[in-house]
Design a protein around this ligand. Structure first.
Ligand SMILES: NC(=O)c1ccc[n+]([C@@H]2O[C@H](COP(=O)([O-])OP(=O)(O)OC[C@H]3O[C@@H](n4cnc5c(N)ncnc54)[C@H](O)[C@@H]3O)[C@@H](O)[C@H]2O)c1
Length: 264
């Protein structure tokens, strides 16, 4: 029996790649898995499939209601659905393309968190893991808009962690390097030809499990081939040097109790 035995888990983008690997892994760990995606999963993956566009707030509300009705609650959420563009030049991108990537990658995570929180609280707490990317931790000139969307996910996860902690809800991110999935498309062959090591979806699913079970919150787990996952360390931002207020953090942080803003 594992900590996930009998837990009810929702995975967005669970019909392919990293989400599918996570759904299968959670099922093996004894969880009851729900896949939310715009395309159905392969036969046998997940106990329940919901046709959900993660950028649609109304669809989110309906999905959470249905999961609670059918399965009795919700404990674990992997907000993983995402899209990439691989266009570097903003002039080559239509407004629709820009809005689409933001809608899926950022709205999809925010609306998901917003919709699942009451359900997790009704169970006395829970765990959320978002799939960000290494492009959420560093610049990635191949796809700047994707990079912006993943930085947004990292900022959201880190900022929400102390807000959700008193409600017994953990929130973490996994930040993989390049993973061999349909999202990378033809890039896989080129990267292979160049001898670049690629992650497999199962390796990322392992780190999702780590993020769920570590007991930590606000962590961003960097995942790269051939090494242990790294709980990425963010440096302190520069604090003020005004006499009498050297290194002072905004008083709002003190008012919020557990919220810390590290400055030097
Ligand atoms: N593949 C990589 O190299 C890589 C690296 C770092 C992070 N990621 C991230 O991992 C996550 C999963 O990507 P993947 O590589 O497994 O890709 P994938 O294309 O194999 O899977 C993505 C899934 O998301 C679903 N999806 C797309 N738009 C959706 C929407 N509006 N609503 C619901 N579902 C939607 C797709 O149908 C698909 O099943 C993404 O957030 C991606 O940005 C991928």
């Amino acid at each position: 029996m594992t900590a996930l035995d009998g837990r009810i888990a929702l995975i967005t983008g669970g019909s392919s790649g990293i989400g599918l690997a996570t759904a299968r892994r959670l099922t093996r760990e004894g969880a009851r898995t729900v896949i939310a995606d715009i395309q159905p999963p392969p036969e046998g993956a997940g106990e329940l499939y919901l046709d959900v566009d993660v950028g649609d707030a109304t669809a989110w509300e309906a999905a959470v209601r249905l999961i609670e009705e059918r399965l009795g609650g919700l404990d674990v959420v992997h907000l993983n659905a995402g899209v990439a563009l691989n266009v570097a030049d903003p002039a080559q991108l239509s407004v629709e393309q820009y809005r689409h990537i933001m809608r899926v990658n950022v709205d999809g995570v925010f609306l998901g968190i917003r919709a699942v929180l009451p359900a997790l609280e009704r169970r006395g707490g829970g765990a959320i893991v978002a799939t960000a990317s290494l492009a959420g931790l560093t610049a990635f000139a191949i796809d700047p808009v994707y990079t912006a969307s993943k930085h947004a996910v990292v900022g959201l996860v880190r900022s929400l962690a102390p807000v959700l902690e008193p409600r017994r809800i953990t929130i973490n991110a996994v930040c993989p390097g390049i993973v061999e999935t349909p999202l990378v498309g033809e890039g896989v062959a080129n990267l292979r030809a160049a001898g670049f090591p690629l992650l497999q979806p199962d390796e990322v699913a392992d780190v999702v499990m780590l993020a769920l079970n570590s007991g930590r919150t606000g962590s961003c787990w960097a995942v790269q081939p051939g090494r242990e996952p790294v709980d990425f360390h963010f440096g302190r931002v520069p604090g003020p040097r005004t006499p009498g207020a050297e290194g002072m953090a905004p008083p709002l942080a003190a008012m919020m109790g557990s919220v810390r803003v590290d400055t030097d």
